[in-house]
Every structure is written in structure tokens, then in C-alpha cells.
Design a protein around this ligand. Structure first.
Ligand SMILES: [Zn+2]
Length: 355
């Protein structure tokens, strides 16, 4: 805990022209605390503020996009129990992706029905973490929404404006080809702050080569809900709590965080697909979707396994991979193998890219 006296000393020493490191050494404080005190006192330089803004934008691009860009997209998978597969009809909802693609139903109506009827979505709303779905929101409206959100947690008006501007830029910038949805706002400031968030959708969800069935869309929405859960409450891994307040670029890299979020969301999707398989003997999601998720899962798994640079990352990596060992990915040649050990069943699913 930093005392008021220490805070005053930090401000005074900074005014004398001392660096954060010098101040930290002199007062026996972590350098991060010195920086945080300056941030709260609004004594950051323009460059530092711009740096924070850029970092936040990075996480919006790198961390929250539903699918990372992967070279091989067309995949086919084979299961050792092929006969278990049956097609599934979609009875829960009245509107279909096909209707949207043929222009018979608007994407807005389609998403609205999902919002109202999808149990996981409604559970997220009830728990307070999800505020709503956003689709083509007019700028003044989103500006108001974001301002009200940040007013709760940021005291300084200039900082609020900065966050709102960053949030608007992230929402209105052209969406990547396979970017279907993103959490709004994806500001690092809100990581673990229990501020209700939105899921924003783009038109790319209709034209995606990965999401081809209604079940795929359901999966994609569940992916976003995982991000919402992590972003809203922070992440608990093996007794370690990760949030804006417990991490810094020095202790926990943004790219590492982005991969961690994606790994967890991909796990959720694969787990859901497998749960359906074990309980109903069918899998409603498309092969392409399943394969794409498997490729993504392996990629993020390997990143978390092999790109540890700090002590905190090392501990999180070990705990997280252990927690997720119920779906163990590996690659042999071009094939990806997912070894499931979940819901009392064990089996391996092979994902084979088609060229
Ligand atoms: Zn994602």
C-alpha cells in the first residue's frame, strides 16, 4: 500500500526532474507504483499518454478479435467414431443465417433474436457483465455510451475523452476479414473493473468462410461471452488474479494477454462442441468452424507455452495449460490432434487441413 506521504514525495521528486527508476529506488517502491501515482496525479508526459493509448489499441486489435488470421482455413476433420455424427436442425430460433445471407432477414433482427433467446447471453446480462449487443451504432450514440461508462472509473475528464476516442476508433475502423465481433470497449483500463460491456458485431459475420451455420454463430457468440467474462471480472488462474490493477507491461505482456484470452475462448468453444457430442452424439457446428477453432487453439496454446518472458507469465502459463489439459492439442505433420478428456470420455479428434 502506498502512503499519502509517499505519493507526495513521488510528485515532488518527479518535479525535481528525477526518473521513475530513481524515485522508485529512493523510496523503495516498485517502479510501477511510481508510474501509477504519476498517472493518477495526471503528471504523465504527452508521449506517455500517447503510448498508453497505442497499447490499448493494440489489445483491441490483437486480443479481442474473434479469429486470428490463419493461413489454412479450409479443414476437414475425422473422428474415430464417425457414425456418431448426425445433422442437427435448429429449432430454438426462428431466424436463420441463411435468411440473413439471402437478404430476407436483417442481421440486426437475427442478432436481436439471439440476444433475447440465447440462454448464455441472458445469463451474462443477468449477472451484470453484458450490457448488450451493438450493431451499426451511430457515432453520437456510442460516444454517449462510452462516456457514461468511463465516467464511473476515470476521474479525469481529459482521460475520459482519450478513452472514448480510442473506443470510437476501435469500433469504427474497418473490420478485419475474419473479425466477426469484438467487445466494446476493449480498453485495458476496464480489465477486471466490473464494468458491464457490449459485444459489437460487424457484417463480416454474414460473409465469413468460417461461420457457415447457425450453430457456428452460437459458438462465435459464446466465444465473445468468454471475453466479456474475463474482461469484466479479470482472470483467475491457479490462484493468480489478473486485471488492470495486477498487471503491467513489465510483468505481463499485452501479446501474452491477448493469446491467453484467445486460448480460453477457443477452449470454451471446443468444450461446448464436445459436450454436445458426448451428450447427444452429434455436433451441430460445421467442420470448417471446428477445424478453425482447433487451429486457433493449438496456435494460442503454443504461444502461451513457448513465449513466456516474465515470472508472472511463467506461473500463469503453467497453471493455465494444466487447467485446460482436458483438451490437449498437438500437431503431427499437417494434422492437428485434439485429445479430449472431458465429461467422463476420452477421445481424439483429428483435424486435417484440405491442402
Ligand atoms: Zn477472441
Amino acid at each position: 500500500m502506498v502512503t499519502r506521504k509517499q505519493k507526495k514525495r513521488v510528485t515532488a521528486l518527479y518535479k525535481e526532474g528525477k526518473s521513475d527508476l530513481e524515485i522508485a529506488t529512493q523510496l523503495g517502491l516498485p517502479k510501477k507504483d511510481v508510474f501509477d501515482i504519476r498517472r493518477k496525479n495526471d503528471s504523465l508526459t504527452k508521449e506517455e499518454k500517447e503510448q498508453i493509448r497505442k497499447t490499448r489499441r493494440n489489445i483491441i486489435i490483437g486480443g479481442i478479435a474473434i479469429a486470428s488470421v490463419i493461413g489454412t482455413r479450409i479443414v476437414n476433420y475425422f473422428l474415430n467414431k464417425q457414425s456418431r455424427f448426425q445433422t442437427n436442425s435448429n429449432t430454438q430460433y426462428s431466424l436463420t443465417l441463411e435468411q440473413v445471407r439471402f437478404g430476407k432477414v436483417s442481421l440486426e433482427s437475427y442478432l436481436d433474436e439471439r440476444f433475447r433467446l440465447m440462454p448464455d447471453v441472458q445469463a451474462a446480462v443477468k449477472s451484470g457483465m453484458l450490457k448488450g449487443f451493438l450493431y451499426k451504432v451511430p457515432k453520437p450514440q456510442l460516444e454517449l455510451i462510452l462516456t457514461q461508462m468511463f465516467e464511473h472509473i476515470i476521474p479525469n475528464k481529459e482521460d475520459i475523452k482519450l478513452e472514448v476516442r480510442t473506443g470510437l476508433e476501435a469500433y469504427y475502423k474497418p473490420w478485419l476479414k475474419e473479425e466477426f465481433a469484438k467487445i466494446v470497449p476493449g480498453s485495458l483500463h476496464l480489465f477486471g473493473k466490473k464494468v458491464p460491456l457490449y459485444v459489437g458485431f460487424g457484417d463480416s459475420i454474414i460473409y465469413s468462410s468460417v461461420l457457415t451455420t447457425d450453430a457456428d454463430i452460437t459458438g462465435a457468440i459464446k466465444h465473445e461471452l468468454e471475453h466479456i467474462k474475463d474482461w469484466y471480472g479479470g482472470i483467475n488462474v491457479g490462484g493468480i488474479y489478473l486485471s488492470f490493477d495486477t498487471t503491467s507491461p513489465k510483468t505481463f505482456g499485452l501479446e501474452f494477454l491477448g493469446n491467453l484470452l484467445e486460448l480460453r475462448a477457443h477452449y470454451k468453444e471446443l468444450e461446448e462442441a464436445y459436450k454436445e457430442l458426448t451428450t447427444t452424439n452429434k455436433m451441430s457446428v460445421s467442420d470448417k468452424y471446428f477445424g478453425d477453432r482447433a487451429i486457433g487453439y493449438l496456435k494460442h496454446w503454443n504461444y502461451i507455452k513457448n513465449n513466456v518472458t516474465t515470472d508472472l507469465e511463467r506461473r500463469v502459463s503453467a497453471s493455465q495449460l494444466n487447467d485446460l489439459k482436458g483438451i490437449f492439442p498437438s500437431k503431427i505433420g499437417k494434422d492437428i490432434y485434439l485429445s479430449f478428456n472431458l465429461f467422463g470420455e476420452k477421445e481424439e479428434i483429428r483435424v486435417r487441413p484440405l491442402k
